[in-house]
Design a protein around this ligand. Sequence first.
Ligand code: PRP
Length: 214
Amino acid sequence: MRYLTIALTKGRLASKTLALLEEIGITCEEMKDKNTRKLIFVNEELKLKFFLAKGPDVPTYVEYGAADIGVVGRDTILEEGRKLYEVMDLGFGKCRMCICGPQTAKPLLETNQLIRVATKYPNIAKDYFYNKKHQTVEIIKLNGSIELAPIVGLSEVICDIVETGSTLRENGLSVLEEVCPLSARMVVNQVSMKMESDRISDLIQKLKKVIKEA
Ligand code: PRP
């Protein structure tokens, strides 16, 4: 039996994924050591390998088959547009992709003005404004703290993730439009899905069962 390799998104998504996997009897003790500098972890008994990667890299590893399976946010899947199968919603990491800004920007959206949109997700923003809203905008790519952009006058609005809404509230911004709901998803390499269909389907069925019972 060959190893199945699973790529996890570093941080909270990885911890939640590992907790979920534990519920179906898949553990990886070496991964729990917070001080380890190891990059790849093995469960010899189950012939599984795990590694942690930055979110945007997870779909890349999965598309190329360096990982058979990945766990990543839907925001990243949409943004990266990689060729892979999205097989299940894991039900955690729930949040929304939204267009946000000061209330004064609302009429600019309603009347399809040529505005600037700051975002970490240029492809999602382009798809929303160009294909869904048919509004011409200028997209400005940023790498973090997106809420700063309308405050300092870089853009009129932002396209960003809203979870609790507290970052927006504390900065005098609001959700002006909703783009789509988000959560953690399991993705599978297209060849692995065929070659390892029994093991992967079994994993999906078990996970679906514990998620349903939760
Ligand atoms: C994300 C997102 C928002 C914030 C939303 O940023 O970009 O800024 O979380 O969460 P809230 O609605 O619960 O306040 P993250 O903390 O991932 O960091 P970043 O700003 O570097 O992208």
